[in-house]
Design a protein around this ligand. Structure first.
Ligand code: FDA
Ligand code: NAP
Length: 441
């Protein structure tokens, strides 16, 4: 059996009970829980001291590193950083970061709201370094267990495995889940050395031998990830064909217009949360194209420009298999054979690729499996999803008096901004206010 550590100290096997009870233990340390750690630090300076410990399975801070394509830009204004909409005077803002690194004037002259993703990653890492007393990297949360007292669950034990393979237990009154997104592959297709989800694009490319000279890629999907992957592979491997396979007629633009953008505002979350179920579905349907299966218009223009120029020059490398699906896929030692079926004609075209990249989206990491027996205490919708209050507290049976809060995985209750950066700054304050409210644990 593994040693069990208590606050980082190995304890005797019988003494499993941690001595410290934290106010908050966070699962994951992406932007959501990083935003919470900052809010905790700022409240601490005001004398409103709640303590928080965040457990992150990565060895250091990293935000979708496999997609940090050199010239990819943010899909949200930098003003929706981790603090500004909550506290415009915070020194954890993106502008404070620019000031710190001596690039504020250069950025202003750039006249953009949309920094490079790489630059935003640098900003997030700078924030993470400044609150690293609250984080334990290399800790994967494996389970949340109830601590019972007089027939009630009053505290929770969060179990994690550290980088040495030891079990660690932290006791807390509240768990804030921020485990983010998981890559989604089409049913029946697994990842391999030659078949990747875009989440691992740059990691996989970095692992290729130095003399690798791929001649063909297949890229499945029509969202922002798919377009960025097709663009990147086409530019990076000037001798390779790129076969984009999409069920749409063409890439569709993301709706970034001002009225539609209000769907990401905190007020829109208020409205969505109180809306009847059929209206919630209607709103998601109307505004799905602000986020899902859509591409930044400038990138669509650029891909089309290149596609057309190749036709003019008679040297086509970028192929668009539109209204098409992957009908069959064979993963071999020398390549991936893809049968691309035209949805209109039913005709199949064979494509042989060195690598196939599935940019087929993500789904939220579900917290319920981590809860084990505790999941029985959670009130769920007919679809098996947790019912969540406006303040992001999971609705539980009365015998559970401690708090379970969700950052992400709340699209069914809080709308389209749930998985995005847009509301992190305000969301963390709403959660902390709820935790500070007398009567809440
Ligand atoms: P995120 O997924 O970032 O972090 C979750 C963390 O939890 C990870 O570090 C993970 O390792 C950790 N974790 C998971 N399970 C764990 C466990 N059991 N134990 C310990 N740690 C665990 N949105 C937006 O608004 N604007 C944008 O520009 C973009 N751009 C963008 C690019 C790409 C390529 C993707 C895939 C997504 C975006 N997004 C986005 C959406 C994206 O969801 C958002 O930017 C944040 O990553 C959300 O932050 P979270 O902290 O909620 O999740
Ligand atoms: P997405 O928007 O969900 O798009 C997934 C695509 O895969 C869609 O085109 C979908 O088809 C297709 N698809 C899904 N299942 C499929 C299957 N079984 N077979 C074939 N195709 C399938 O995912 P995403 O592009 O990864 O974007 C996810 C989030 O990340 C968004 O919020 C996006 O803004 C963000 N992102 C941001 C950046 C950036 O900041 N620069 C970069 C990448 C991603 P349909 O077209 O039929 O729906």
């Amino acid at each position: 059996m593994n040693d069990r550590t208590n606050e980082g100290t190995t304890v005797a096997p019988k003494d499993h009970s941690p001595r410290t009870v934290h106010d908050i233990v966070g699962v994951g340390f992406g932007p959501s829980n990083l935003g919470m750690a900052i809010a905790l630090a700022e409240r601490g300076h005001e004398g409103r001291a709640l303590d928080g410990v965040f457990l992150e399975r990565q060895e250091s801070f990293g935000w979708h590193r496999g997609m940090l394509i050199d010239d990819a830009t943010m899909q949200v204004s930098f003003l929706k950083d981790l603090v500004t909409t909550r506290n415009p005077a915070s020194d954890f803002s993106f502008l404070s970061f620019l000031h710190h690194v001596g690039r504020l004037h250069d950025f202003i002259n750039h006249k953009t709201l949309f920094p490079l993703r790489q630059e935003f990653h640098d900003y997030l890492s700078w924030c993470a370094d400044r609150v690293d007393d609250q984080v334990r990297y290399g800790h994967e949360v494996t389970e949340v267990r109830p601590v019972r007292s007089g027939g009630r669950v009053t505290e929770l034990d969060v179990l994690a495995r550290d980088r040495a393979g030891r079990d660690v237990v932290l006791r807390t009154r509240n768990v804030v889940f921020g485990p983010g997104l998981r890559p989604r592959m089409p049913e029946g297709i697994g990842q391999s050395d030659r078949i990747w989800h875009n989440e691992y694009l740059l990691t996989r490319l970095a692992e290729l031998p130095a003399d690798a000279d791929p001649r063909s890629f297949a890229v499945v999907g029509a969202g922002q990830s798919a377009a960025e992957v097709a663009d990147h592979l086409h530019r990076r491997f000037p001798r390779a064909e790129v076969h984009a396979i999409l069920s749409r007629y063409g890439y569709s633009p993301s709706d970034d217009s001002p009225f539609a953008n209000r769907i990401f505002d905190p007020e829109a979350v208020d409205a969505f949360h109180t809306a009847p179920e059929d209206v919630k579905k209607q709103l998601m349907g109307y505004h799905r194209n602000t986020n899902y299966s859509v591409v930044d218009p400038a990138l669509i223009e650029e891909l089309y420009r290149r596609h057309y120029a190749e036709k003019v020059h008679g040297d086509q490398r970028l192929y668009l298999h539109n209204t098409s699906r992957v009908a069959d896929l064979a993963d071999g030692a020398h390549g991936v054979s893809v049968a691309v079926e035209d949805l209109v004609t039913g005709k199949q075209t064979p494509v042989t690729a060195d690598y196939a990249v599935f940019a087929t989206g993500y789904h939220p990491a579900a917290p319920l499996p981590l809860l084990g027996d505790l999941a029985e205490q959670v009130v769920t919708t007919p679809d098996g999803l947790p019912v969540v209050e406006r303040d992001y507290r999971v609705v539980t049976h009365a015998s559970l008096t401690c708090g379970l809060y969700l950052q992400g995985g709340t699209e069914h209750t809080h709308g389209v901004s749930s998985s995005l950066l847009s509301n992190i700054a305000t969301r963390v304050a709403q959660i902390l206010d709820a935790i500070e409210t007398p009567g809440n644990a």
